[in-house]
Structure formats: structure tokens, C-alpha cells
Design a protein around this ligand. Structure first.
Ligand SMILES: [Zn+2]
Length: 49
């Protein structure tokens, strides 16, 4: 399972998509196809120093 986090440019919601099974990348809230690029899951949370 390859999850990626997308952020919708229209409504600003963040959501995860499974890149292995998703057929169409679009916002699951408003249906917009304008999304910010996903962050790779390997990117871990940055420490808040
Ligand atoms: Zn949206």
C-alpha cells in the first residue's frame, strides 16, 4: 500500500490516497482535480525544535 497525502487546492482539505489502487486522483471532498503534489510517505515528521 502506497499512501500519499494530497492537499486540495480548492477546499484546502488534506486526504490520503492509495496510489496503488486509486484510478483517478481527485479531492474526496469536493471532487476537484487540482491538488498539490503528494508528499512521499518516507518523509517523516520534522521535529519541532
Ligand atoms: Zn477539495
Amino acid at each position: 500500500m502506497v499512501e500519499a497525502v494530497y492537499r486540495c487546492a480548492k477546499c484546502g482539505k488534506e486526504f490520503k490516497l492509495d496510489l496503488e489502487t486509486v484510478r483517478e486522483v481527485r479531492c474526496s471532498y469536493c471532487g476537484s482535480k487540482i491538488l498539490y503534489k503528494p508528499r512521499p510517505k518516507v518523509a517523516r515528521r520534522v521535529k519541532a525544535i
